[in-house]
Design a protein. Structure first.
Ligand code: SF4
Length: 61
């Protein structure tokens, strides 16, 4: 699955980058997807999606 961050919604809390640092990184207080395939096997991007307080992360097949 490939994660997408809605930068309009993102409040820069850092949850996603903490949970799934191989995919998400905070740059200028916004989450960026640095490697969309970074957790194909670990599924940590699903946990990041669930723990985003503003539902800014979506996962595409
Ligand atoms: S968890 Fe959501 S609000 Fe927090 S940095 Fe990531 S995308 Fe932004």
């Amino acid at each position: 699955m490939r994660p997408i961050v809605d930068e309009e919604k993102c409040i820069g809390c850092g949850n996603c980058a903490e949970i799934c640092p191989s995919v998400f990184q905070l740059i200028d207080d916004k989450s960026r997807v640095i490697d969309p395939d970074g957790c194909d096997y670990a599924h940590c991007c699903e946990a990041a999606e669930e723990n985003c307080p503003v539902e800014a992360i979506t996962l595409e097949d």
